[in-house]
Design a protein around this ligand. Structure first.
Ligand code: C2O
Ligand code: CU
Ligand code: CU
Length: 459
């Protein structure tokens, strides 16, 4: 087989679509966004009916999966004129952003946006990083059907890279006709729906050409309802440079990277091979509970090394980020305890936090400015990625093992209970923004099934 680097790649990773900024003021990003019905060809020639975000400033534009990227710079004011073109109520949540409560887009911070209705979100972005947006009403259904999109806040230390990409990881459960399966089995309910087709930026096994000898920045988010991705890319070097809350002070090398639903990581990927080499971005099994069998290593994306970049990458920065401690703790810091449980009831599985099942929960009341430690104990037989809206936290310990790396997180995995050891995540948080903020498991079936709570930050 001859290798023709000039020929276009088959099923090339699509270039991202970005929301058009309608405001000439360089400090304001103003966009029109709609949630709409659309179609996607997950399997060639077999369109599926999906729900997707589209740029409503472009007449007749089609919703895409992922939705159009919202790009802003640190300090910008973002105005989103949102319109709901779905046949059911929705909201838009800006996952990971620190913003005023009225703009958080959860069902605890605003009323649902009815079909045909509009809502304006206005907020200022203060933290550079890789975020994402998605609905917060019937998340298990609305996100699964395709409503999710990247949100990039530019700023911070510049890194010399040949490309800066946002890779959104997902999976879909398709029937043979290429449509989204309407079958929900017990495992979907218990573990969060796992698909039979893996997606990178909405594509099944796309291909990407990169320059040999180059370095790229990959922003990763796991937008799947339930699947954990354990990524590897044999033949390339992976350096973790960012977490949920942007760049971290001390990047570290990895061979594989676990990404739980809702989490983001930023990698610098260096391709040392020669032109013509083919690498595979793949995901391997992670035992997240309930004895799910190991399906083996699955490919996600083909990476083809093309011609070398003209000049080698510049040296890496020596200072990545001077990251303030958000929530300094002492031996006297109050510890707030949360227990995650799954209960089989005659009417199905119920998921709870401190024995309360959302929406029949009592808000946790706290005082603005206070620092507390959250101890999240997992008494269920599976992992739960725990997410807090509106603020970042700092992980202190997982199962009693101190976290030695520093970085800001808004979502972190709470490992399953094994034998007599419950899985325990401890993190420190400072309650900053006023209002009602949600916290929940980011396995969306678990969240909608009750594993969700409210945190009321009072003056
Ligand atoms: Cu990404 Cu409350 O969620
Ligand atoms: Cu969120
Ligand atoms: Cu969960």
């Amino acid at each position: 087989m001859g290798c023709e680097p000039a020929a276009p790649l088959e099923n090339a990773l699509p270039a991202p679509v970005e929301l058009a900024d309608l405001n000439p003021d360089p400090n304001i990003v103003e966009v029109r966004l709609a949630a709409s019905v659309s179609t996607a060809e997950y399997l060639p020639g077999k369109p599926a009916d999906v729900w997707a975000f589209r740029d409503a400033s472009v007449a007749g534009s089609k919703g895409t999966i992922p939705g159009p990227t919202l790009r802003a710079k640190v300090g910008n004011t973002v105005i989103v004129h949102f319109i709901n073109e779905l046949a059911e109520p929705t909201t838009v949540h800006w996952h990971g952003l620190r913003l005023p409560n009225a703009a958080d887009g959860s069902s605890s911070s605003q009323s649902k946006i009815e079909p045909g209705a509009s809502y304006d979100y206005t907020f200022t972005v203060g933290d550079p990083g890789s975020f994402w947006y998605h609905p917060h009403v019937r998340g298990d259904t609305q996100v699964e059907r395709g409503l999710y999109a990247p949100f990039i806040v530019e700023g911070g230390t510049a890194v010399d890279v040949a490309a800066d990409r946002y890779l959104v990881l997902d999976d879909v459960k398709l029937s043979a006709d290429g449509k989204l399966s309407t079958q929900t089995d017990n495992l979907d309910v218990m573990l969060g729906r796992q698909g039979n087709v893996l997606l990178v930026n909405g594509r099944k096994l796309p291909s990407l050409e990169v320059a040999s000898g180059s370095r790229e920045r990959w922003r990763l988010v796991n937008s799947a309802n339930g699947r954990y991705f354990k990524l590897s890319l044999p033949g390339a070097q992976l350096l973790v440079v960012g977490w949920d809350g942007g760049l971290i002070p001390e990047p570290y090398k990895v061979d594989s990277l676990l990404i739980a639903p809702g989490e983001r990581y930023e990698l610098l990927v260096t391709f040392d091979g020669k032109a013509g080499d083919r690498l595979a971005l793949q995901t391997s099994h992670y035992d997240r509970g309930h004895n799910v069998p190991d399906p083996g290593v699955k490919p996600l994306m083909n990476v083809v090394l093309g011609a070398a970049r003209k000049s080698p990458p510049l040296a890496l920065p020596t200072v990545w980020r001077d990251l303030p401690v958000l929530a300094p703790t002492t031996a006297a810091t109050a510890v707030r305890r949360f227990v995650l449980k799954e209960l089989e009831t005659p009417s199905g599985v119920v998921f709870s936090i401190n024995d309360e099942v959302w929406p029949f929960n009592t808000p946790v009341m706290v005082k603005q400015g206070d620092v507390e430690i959250w101890e999240v104990r997992n008494e269920a037989e599976m992992d739960h990625p725990f997410h807090l809206h509106g603020m970042f936290f700092e992980v202190l310990e997982v199962n009693g093992v101190p976290e030695t790396r520093r970085g800001w997180k808004d979502t972190a995995n709470v490992p399953q209970a094994r034998g007599t050891t419950p899985g325990i995540l401890r993190f420190a948080v400072r309650y900053e923004p006023l209002g009602m903020w949600m916290f929940h498991c980011h396995i969306l079936e678990h969240a909608e099934g009750g594993m969700m709570g409210d945190l009321m930050v009072m003056p």
